[in-house]
Design a protein around this ligand. Structure first.
Ligand code: HPA
Length: 289
């Protein structure tokens, strides 16, 4: 299939990870899950944050290997499945495991699951990640509401022929929905969950940053740093979805502590904080209409 402009000019072959692929994958998911009802909320669970998926009721687990166009998710801490079911009365599709650009994937693949969940009906995306603290005052175990992002991946899943139904030049003045953030803040306050707020900077990885890079990121306005989330947010915004982003701070970034950063430490902290993230997300779902 070629992408054509409304005037009929061919723009090149459709991406194997674009809108057409998403419709095909969504069809397969619907068939496997045996549900026709539209999904309302899409959820992406970061490294070690998959426990939320266990709370989903009437859950249908669809391994990535059963979804056309999805390779198996490869990183430790990522189970690699889409879970369709109900959470706090909402119909949800949750992604346990995600694709990262540092794995060598096409940037478009990193956002394909968002396109699929949108094709299943989701108009709201809740995206979580593990992140290092750049701003002093943030500590391992903190949850941080993402109020904005800086894309230093130097990649975007939106490059290439325009996808049908997506904004070609999406506005980025407020990628993280103000109303959803207000709800999350209220939930956190009522539940006694400490909740920081700040700007997430996405880098390509997979190496962690140097101390000099972290000094630079701090001067650029980053509060936390990680290797995901921004591709998903960009596509969600191009599709007109509302986005709520939450970082789980797993470590002090390089240079802010003498100890080296390890993936094992990241997973250990997300495992510990997962329960609080779960309460925050479930409480927020309970107040979304
Ligand atoms: N840097 C980049 N990505 C991360 C970090 C970090 O310090 N911690 C968890 N993900």
């Amino acid at each position: 299939m070629h992408v054509v402009t409304p005037g009929g000019a061919a723009l090149g072959p459709a991406s194997p990870f674009g809108a057409e692929a998403a419709l095909r994958a969504a069809g397969a998911v619907r068939e496997r899950a045996g549900v026709d009802a539209a999904v309302e909320i899409a959820i992406v669970l970061g490294s070690g944050l998959g426990a939320l998926a266990d709370a989903i009721e009437e859950a249908e687990h669809i391994p990535f290997s059963g979804i056309p166009g999805f390779p198996d998710a490869g990183v430790v801490g990522h189970a690699g499945a889409m879970i369709i079911g109900r959470l706090e009365g909402m119909r949800v599709a949750a992604l346990a495991g995600r694709f990262h650009i540092y794995e060598g994937h096409d940037p478009k693949l990193t956002a394909l699951p968002v396109r699929v969940m949108h094709a299943l009906g989701a108009r709201t995306l809740i995206v979580s990640n593990a992140a290092g603290a750049v701003r002093r005052g943030l500590a391992p175990g903190d949850l941080m509401l993402i109020d904005d992002h800086i894309n230093l991946m130097w990649r975007t899943p939106l490059a290439g022929p325009p996808e049908p139904g997506e904004e070609r030049f999406p506005d980025m003045s407020g990628p993280y929905d103000g109303e959803l953030r207000a709800i999350a803040r209220d939930v956190a306050r009522d539940a006694g969950i400490p909740l920081a707020e700040g700007t997430y900077c996405a880098v390509l990885g997979p190496s962690y940053e140097t101390a000099a890079e972290i000094r630079m990121l701090g001067r650029l306005g980053a509060d936390a740093v990680g290797m995901s989330t921004v591709p998903e947010t960009l596509v969600a915004r191009a599709l007109g979805m509302r986005v709520l982003g939450i970082s789980c701070i797993t470590n002090l970034a390089c240079g802010l502590t003498p100890s080296p950063i390890s993936h094992a430490e990241v997973l250990e902290v997300t495992g510990r904080v997962g329960e609080r993230l779960q309460r925050l997300v479930r409480g927020t779902l309970g107040r979304i209409d």
